[in-house]
Design a protein around this ligand. Structure first.
Ligand SMILES: C[S@@+](CC[C@H](N)C(=O)[O-])C[C@H]1O[C@@H](n2cnc3c(N)ncnc32)[C@H](O)[C@@H]1O
Length: 296
């Protein structure tokens, strides 16, 4: 089964349908409003737990996902957006974008594949635009049987699952340094990289961790093209959400916890902003049903 087929099975089994958005959605809305940016693309949007609140907050994002089932569910939820919900990958949305969002998608594949995907997404951010990324962190306690297929000192690692919903898939776990090195000097940090950890609900053990960061593409916003024109909607969005800069606190000291234990930082119980019931590593129970309240 390839990745698209595997994700189709997951979505048919109810993946994410009842899950709240991740808290990072609020950070994206706040950062976008700060610069009056509304339009862009959400790569790997799934069936909408995060895309829908982003749209409701006033962003105008094209949703792209390789899973036809995810897009079908999303179109049923938002028929008014059907023409902006696309089965495919980044190649389906050519050109530059003011906002490029990827939540738990750039971790798919080997190191080379994951790096290429994130690099290509970063290259699609227009000058002055924002790249919003949430991605697996090496601090995660991995729940399912797996083989480590790539590892190197000071770098992240790649695993191939031997059991669980992603059996056979290669999944990357990043270090902070790895992410920062990938983006290089083309970006400045808008929201400093932070580690978000979620404890699994017993009997599942351990926690799973994600890096969350927002970067701004160096350069001035252009003045040509439809996306460059500030509309009344853009201005209203900016006024409505946040008129001034806010400081986003880091959950943890990134350097100290990049690869280390983070149990003390784990979010207990989830709720809006947490990922209980909705993580990338979210297991399905035997028979294909999601075990509520557990994560990787
Ligand atoms: C862990 S899910 C996250 C879904 C959504 N971002 C969320 O947080 O609810 C990863 C999603 O990425 C999609 N995906 C994987 N590789 C992709 C690619 N190269 N391009 C677009 N979508 C991809 C999968 O189909 C799946 O829906």
């Amino acid at each position: 089964m390839d990745a698209a087929e595997l994700w189709n099975v997951e979505y048919l089994a109810g993946r994410y349908l009842d899950d709240p958005p991740v808290g990072f959605v609020d950070d994206i809305v706040t950062a976008a409003a700060r610069y009056g940016l509304r339009r862009g693309v959400y790569i790997g949007c799934g069936n909408g737990r995060n895309l829908l609140p982003l749209l409701d907050a006033g962003l105008d994002l094209i949703g792209v996902d390789i899973s036809a089932e995810a897009i079908a569910q999303l179109r049923a939820r938002r028929p008014d957006r059907a023409d902006r919900l696309i089965v495919g990958d980044l190649s389906a949305v050519p050109g530059d974008h003011d906002l490029v969002v990827g939540i738990q998608v750039f971790q798919h594949g080997t190191r080379a594949q994951a790096h290429r995907h994130l690099g290509e997404a970063a290259a699609r951010v227009a000058p002055g635009g924002l790249l919003c990324v949430r991605v697996n962190a090496t601090a995660t306690d991995i729940e399912y049987d797996h083989d480590v297929v790539e590892t190197a000192p000071g770098d992240g690692y790649t695993i191939r699952y031997r059991s669980g919903p992603k059996t056979g898939l290669d999944i990357r776990f990043f270090t902070a340094h790895e992410l920062q090195a990938l983006l290089g000097d083309r970006f400045t940090e808008e929201m400093p990289l932070r580690l978000h950890s979620t404890r699994r609900t017993p009997p599942a053990a351990g926690q799973w961790s994600q890096w969350e960061g927002i970067w701004q593409r160096v350069g001035r916003r252009g003045r040509t093209g439809a996306d460059r024109l500030v509309t009344q909607d853009d201005a209203r969005f900016r006024r409505a959400v946040v008129p001034h800069r806010v400081t986003v606190a880091s959950d943890v000291d990134v350097a100290a916890h990049d690869d280390g234990p983070v149990a003390g930082q784990a979010e207990v119980g989830g709720g809006v902003g947490g990922d209980v019931g909705g993580g990338d590593e979210q297991p399905l129970a035997p028979g294909g049903h999601r075990r509520r309240g557990t994560a990787p």
